[in-house]
Structures are given as C-alpha cells and as structure tokens.
Ligand binder design. Structure first.
Ligand SMILES: NC(=O)c1ccc[n+]([C@@H]2O[C@H](COP(=O)([O-])OP(=O)(O)OC[C@H]3O[C@@H](n4cnc5c(N)ncnc54)[C@H](OP(=O)(O)O)[C@@H]3O)[C@@H](O)[C@H]2O)c1
Length: 169
C-alpha cells in the first residue's frame, strides 16, 4: 500500500519506520526542517514531498501533527484529500496533559471531517512512537490494540459515528 504522512515528528517518523518494515511505500511531509526530514525519510526507506504531494501519493493519508497545527496541515493537503482515506492519528490532549483542547461536545475526528469534508476520515490513534520504533513493538508479547472509528456515507451495522469509539469488526 502507498501511505502519505503529514507530520514528520515523533509519530510520523515512527509510522514511516514501522509501516516501511511491513512493506508499505511511504511519502513523508510537513516539517520546518526539510533537510532533517529528508534524512529521516532516507533512513527509513521513505521519500518526502509537500503535504498535497503526500496526500496524492497515498492510498491512505496519515495525519500526525499536534492539534493546534491540524487546520494548517489539512489545508495544505488541499483537494488531494478528496475521496481519500484520511487516517486521523491525532489526540486533542493539551500540552502538559492539562486537559483536552476539545472533546466534551464534539471530537477531534469530527472537526477534521469538517475540515476535509470530501475525505473518508478514520480515527485510529496508534500506540506510542517509542514503542513503534522499538525492535519489539509488543507489550508483554502481545500486539497493541488500536481503537478505530469511521465515517462512511452508508455506515455498516458494526461501525459508529466519529464521536463513538469501537473495535474494528
Ligand atoms: N508521539 C506519540 O507517541 C503519539 C502517539 C499517538 C498519537 N500521537 C499524536 O500524534 C500527533 C503528533 O504527535 P508527535 O509526538 O509526533 O508530535 P511532534 O513530534 O511535535 O510532531 C509534530 C509535527 O508537526 C510539524 N509541524 C509543522 N509545522 C509546525 C509548526 N508550525 N509548529 C509545530 N509543529 C509543526 C512538526 O514539524 P518539525 O519537524 O518542524 O518539528 C512535526 O512534523 C499529536 O496529535 C499526538 O497527540 C502521538
């Protein structure tokens, strides 16, 4: 599978590493240091581009930026997100773990679905970047579960709206 990533920080890099090991093709994007991002990408067998290039490249586009940067990152992906699976990896936890930016009346994924209305948003916050980067990304020998929520035009009985959290069927 081809996977674009917008956000070349800790999680974006860890996904490039782990998904690359699984045989996927990765295009990494969106850093204030393009040289460092290119070096990181090379190290993990990935390539780099702009956010809209990464979105156009991927069968799936992973969004891995901190919450305040989300609107800018989604805007830079532009129309390349239309019809594409947008994998929302973000959390809305405030810096310093002092609470949530949003999350009591709506959800981060719902806000992102509003920013990219023609994308197919899938919420699935991966485990810790450090664990994904480790040689053994398991906990007591077991793979880590990720809860997934989806928006689709015609929800299947086993799916829920974005504000709900459910295990994949
Ligand atoms: N880290 C984890 O273990 C983990 C696990 C699950 C979910 N998450 C979620 O994933 C998201 C990203 O987390 P992270 O730990 O990967 O964060 P991070 O290391 O701070 O990475 C943020 C990314 O945003 C980029 N960026 C571009 N313009 C920016 C600007 N003006 N200001 C700040 N950043 C800018 C950063 O670029 P630069 O290269 O220029 O810094 C970097 O690529 C968050 O929503 C977090 O809650 C993280």
């Amino acid at each position: 599978m081809r996977i674009g990533i917008v956000g070349a920080g800790r999680l974006g890099t860890a996904l490039a590493h782990r998904l690359g090991l699984a045989g996927h093709s990765i295009k990494l994007s969106f850093s204030r240091d393009l040289g460092a991002m290119a070096e990181t990408a090379r190290h993990h067998g990935a390539v780099t581009g702009t956010p809209d290039e990464a979105a156009a490249f991927g069968d799936v586009m992973a969004l891995t930026v901190t919450w305040p940067i989300v609107p800018q990152a989604v805007r830079l992906c532009g129309a390349a997100l239309d019809g594409r699976i947008l994998w929302d990896c973000t959390s809305t936890i405030r810096r310093g773990m002092t609470g949530l930016e949003i999350g009591t009346t709506t959800s981060g994924a719902e806000v992102i679905a509003g920013l990219a209305p023609a994308a197919r948003v899938v919420k699935g916050v991966p485990t810790f970047a450090d664990l994904l980067m480790s040689d053994d990304p398991t906990v007591v020998g077991r793979p880590v579960s990720t809860f997934v929520a989806v928006t689709t035009p015609t929800p299947r009985p086993s799916s829920r709206p974005c504000s709900a959290t459910c295990r994949p069927p």
